[in-house]
Design a protein around this ligand. Structure first.
Ligand SMILES: *Cc1c(COP(=O)(O)O)cnc(C)c1O
Length: 468
């Protein structure tokens, strides 16, 4: 952003015109906020007026593949590049199709939370995580003591790699792992004045760990630092951490948010404002963190979302709530079957009463806009679970190799059921010791239950387990 405050009359005219566009956008946001979750997911900010006046009546958000925007004259160019008017300029910075995705996500994640949010969409979940954490990991002054952040160890394997190798090994930033994220006392012992943020994942992939989001957010705020949380496996249809004080939410849009399996993407959504003691020249840093990231580090580092993927994502997200309802119910049924199977010695699914984290998850994971008949929302726990096969690791491999309907793939969050063995795939690179600490034995099969009839999934699992 430019530091000059004097604008030419030509630029000023464009700024004046922009006020109307900002006001229309604001009115649209206010109007959409009155609607229910499903309505927001279906329409986002794309209105009838917008379709008729700007987009030839197209009922679906148009796909803008052009890499850059053209301007009427030099004044508009200057105003646009100075972020003084609504403009998308260049797809590495912004794009009209991605814009619709970002607004839909901001509205869904902040739905009935009582807070406003902004969002930046990225090329992948991992780039969303990197974009969220990096701005807090800058040295504030020369000779500063070593900075650190505190993270649950029960996180996605790629996030673990990003933290332990890219941050700790390469940049010397200390990562303090919390082994039992449900235990607030452990978080407390790890924080000091050089801690920049707290990081958690709930429910976690693949162990189904969970944490008390509100308590951890309160703890973070006592230290004047933000809580960053990955709720990829829950999606805003089942949990919206902003409601409990979380500052920043990250998602892999590649997973349950889309479930279609055609697009890779990520998103970071931040509350306005976030809690942080990190100093930054831009007021947006605190006031609208996702916008700050979009304007500056995102532009400079280049993790931009592809507009094609943004459109796939938008289209898949329209049925998010009903899809998460169906998939969660299927997963519940499959997990109950497995929990009674003689060849299975442990099933981890937050929806099972036997899970020691069931009570905690029950407080947080609820199908948005549902009603159990008594005015309470219905609990739903998503479609990721894991189970452990009796005997040596070869047994788990045998069961895995005998699956005939369920795909063997490292993916998750799909409309098709998928399984993997984390110890030899997603969590292989973190090594044996870290896997032991994160409780990922080689007997564990991670299963993501899809939209097939659950009886057919059960039948496939049963025949595979019978191969032992
Ligand atoms: C897959 C995943 C990620 C990373 O997302 P990509 O889109 O694959 O980069 C982050 N967090 C969780 C919980 C995931 O499952």
């Amino acid at each position: 952003m430019s530091d000059k405050q004097v604008f030419s009359p030509g630029v000023k005219k464009y700024m004046e015109d922009a006020k109307k566009i900002y006001a229309q956008r604001e009115a649209r946001v206010v109007r959409m906020k009155k609607f229910k979750f499903d309505t927001i997911a279906v329409h986002g900010l794309y209105s009838i007026e917008e379709a008729l006046n700007k987009n030839q009546g197209a009922t679906i958000e148009p796909l803008y593949l052009a890499t850059s925007q053209a301007y009427h004259d030099s004044d508009e160019l200057e105003a646009a590049l100075d972020y003084l008017i609504p403009a998308w300029t260049y797809t590495r910075y912004a794009n009209p199709t991605t814009y619709y995705l970002e607004w839909t996500l901001a509205l869904l994640e902040s739905y009935r939370t009582g807070v406003d949010a902004s969002c930046v969409a990225t090329a992948s979940g991992i780039s969303a995580i990197a974009s969220a954490v990096d701005p807090f990991l800058v040295k504030q002054k020369k000779g500063e003591e070593q900075i650190n952040f505190v993270s649950s160890i029960q996180i996605y394997g790629g996030s673990f790699q990003n933290f332990s190798v890219r941050k700790m090994q390469e940049r010397g930033i200390e990562v303090r792992w919390v082994l039992h994220p449900e235990d607030i006392e452990e978080w407390k012992t790890k924080i000091d004045e050089n801690t920049r943020f707290l990081y958690a994942e709930a429910p976690s992939n693949p162990q189904q760990s969970f944490c008390d989001v509100k308590t951890i957010a309160d703890l973070a705020h006592m230290w004047e630092i933000p809580l960053i949380i990955d709720t990829t496996c829950a999606t805003p249809a089942l949990m919206r951490p902003l409601a409990y004080g979380a500052d920043i939410v990250v998602h892999s849009l590649t997973k349950s948010m889309t479930s279609g399996g055609l697009a890779i993407g990520g998103a970071m959504i931040s509350r306005k404002p976030i809690t942080t003691k990190v100093k930054n020249d831009s007021p947006l840093f605190k006031e609208s963190f996702a916008e700050y990231v979009k304007h500056l580090p995102y532009r400079d580092n280049g993790p931009a979302a592809s507009p094609v993927n943004a459109l796939f994502t938008l289209n898949d997200m329209r049925t998010l709530r009903s899809k998460m309802d169906l998939l969660s119910q299927n997963c519940q049924k499959v997990s109950e079957f497995l929990s009674h199977h003689p060849r299975v010695y442990q099933v981890d699914y937050l929806g099972l009463q036997s899970s020691c984290l069931h009570k905690l998850a029950k407080k947080y994971m609820k199908l948005v806009d549902s009603d159990d008949g008594n005015g309470n929302e219905i609990n739903r726990y998503g479609h990721l679970m894991s189970f452990r096969v009796d005997g040596p690791p070869e047994n788990a491999r045998k069961v895995f190799d005998n699956l005939k309907l369920i795909f063997r793939a490292t993916d998750l969050g799909r409309i098709k059921s998928l399984a993997t063995i984390p110890a030899i795939s997603t969590h292989k690179q973190q090594g044996k010791e870290a896997r032991r600490m994160a409780d990922i034995p080689p007997q564990m099969i991670r299963l993501c239950v899809g939209g097939e009839n659950p009886d057919d999934i059960i039948e496939d699992l049963d025949q595979a387990l019978r191969s032992l």
